[in-house]
Design a protein around this ligand. Structure first.
Ligand code: CO
Length: 457
């Protein structure tokens, strides 16, 4: 990217933060599609994130979620809040899915500068929910949203996932969908903080409420005071009619109560941490998968065709878990501090793990290039912690330098057995505890042509 493009991105980010309505639409498109410049934008927006109340709204199609969302938006706008709505729709390649709903909503709130609607297709998904939803949330938060409503279409999987993204989860259903309650019980409803029985002006209302109570194990209690505790929060059940606006005040109160409970109980902090863990893991999985897929060669596919190898073996190699790839190179040093200065300043490596392995009387520091994935080769600096350490003896005899080469193995026990039967037994009779929680064994240099070999399981 040229400096001109970078400056344009910075200008766009600044416009979003100032509250520019047109800019937020452009920024959302760039971030959601991951088109050029999205990394800089995403970095710029992240510092403004974590401030809104994210409310997930899920439930089966036909439960009236969209009407309910429009009611909530109108309520929050009246209260002076800035609102974002992200709708997660499955993208149909034939109909272009998401956009009809968008257009209808844009008409309703077209003149309101304090609302932003956007549909996200489920392209690039893990499960059903689009994995760039976090980036979209950060854009809306940078724009100044007080509350973000996250709507799913209700295919089941989305709803479990929305509970990993949202702070508070509403599950919307209707009396006529009462028969589905048992079926839903095991999945999406488990994630709900507030259950909304919509269209409850219908005749089946009481019956459905009873079924809901039964399903939730609330029998005999006030339906508005749930009985199921999720980490200290009793799930609320609200009867409403979104079309007539009934039950809206109670619903708004339940949402606010849940937000207050999150803030007061420490559960909000736990959810925020979980959301960041999910965001990072989705991003890493998406990138790692893309990189692995891009690296598939025609030769590898030909090997599969000829049955010279198999997908499991190739898959392990492509995703960085390659059997017997070099895990790290061990370097014996007098002082980790002095050596680290060289490796950091001259070679640009970063410390990724430091540990004292008491039984080996050695302090170790692992180094890797910035941003290196878990499959990359690292450098292990070894400093003795006592004169009887094997590394101290190595230093006394040969001076600092290359100490061992470590290979990754998927089955250390069977590798050790195989080495023993071919007359090159490991130094250890059984795998021992190494650094980073691994099991390791060593192979004497006389068996490995002059190099101490470590196997890391
Ligand atoms: Co090692």
């Amino acid at each position: 990217m040229g400096t001109g493009a970078a400056a344009a991105d910075a200008a766009l980010a600044a416009k979003v933060v100032r509250g520019d309505h047109a800019a937020v639409g452009r920024a959302l498109s760039i971030v959601i599609d991951e088109s050029e410049g999205y990394e800089d934008l995403a970095r710029a927006f992240f510092v403004h994130s974590g401030r809104s109340h994210k409310v997930g709204i899920c439930g089966p199609p036909g439960s009236g979620k969209s009407t309910l969302i429009n009611r909530l938006v109108a309520h929050y706008r009246k209260a002076g809040e800035k609102i974002g709505v992200l709708a997660v729709d499955p993208t149909s390649p034939w109909t272009g899915g998401a956009f009809l709903g968008d257009r209808l909503r844009v008409q309703q709130h077209a003149m309101d500068p304090g609302v932003f609607f956007r549909s996200l297709g489920s392209r690039g998904t893990i499960g059903g929910l689009t994995s760039t939803i976090f980036g979209a949330i950060h854009v809306l938060e940078a724009w100044g949203c007080d509350r973000i409503l996250l709507e799913t279409v209700g295919t089941g999987q989305d709803e479990v996932e929305i509970s990993r993204v949202a702070d508070s989860v509403l599950y919307v259903t209707t009396p006529s969908l009462g028969d589905e309650i048992q079926a839903m019980k095991a999945g999406a409803m488990e994630a709900a903080d507030v259950l909304v029985l919509n269209k409850s002006d219908l005749a089946e209302r009481d019956k459905a409420l009873a079924a809901l109570q039964e399903a939730m194990g609330l029998g005999g209690r006030d339906p508005r005071l749930g009985g199921r505790e999720t980490a200290g929060w009793p799930v609320r059940v609200i009867a409403s009619s979104a079309a007539k606006g009934e039950g809206l005040a109670e619903l708004v109160q339940a949402i606010d109560d849940h937000r207050a409970w999150l803030a007061g109980s420490g559960a909000g902090q736990a959810r925020a941490k979980d959301q960041l863990r999910v965001e990072l893991s989705w991003l890493v999985s998406r990138r790692a998968a893309r990189r692995a897929v891009d690296s598939i060669s025609d030769a590898q596919v030909s090997d599969l065709l000829a049955r010279r190898t198999d997908p499991v073996t190739l898959g392990a190699r492509l995703t960085g878990g390659a059997h017997r790839s070099v895990d790290h190179v061990g370097v014996a040093v007098e002082s980790i501090g002095a050596a680290m200065a060289f490796y950091r300043e001259a070679l640009g490596l970063e410390a990724v793990h430091e540990e004292t392995v008491a039984v080996q009387r050695v302090r170790v520091l692992f180094l890797a290039p910035p941003g290196a994935g878990p499959g990359g080769c690292q450098v292990e600096l070894l400093e003795p912690t006592g004169p009887d350490s094997a590394v101290a003896k190595f230093l006394a005899g040969r001076g600092p330098g290359l100490h061992h080469v470590a290979f990754r193995t998927q089955d250390i026990a069977s590798d050790m057995a195989r080495l023993a039967t071919r007359g090159t037994p490991p130094l250890d009779g059984a795998p021992r505890a190494g650094s980073r929680g691994h099991h390791v064994c060593f192979l004497h240099p006389r068996h490995a042509h002059g190099v101490l070999v470590e196997l890391v399981g």
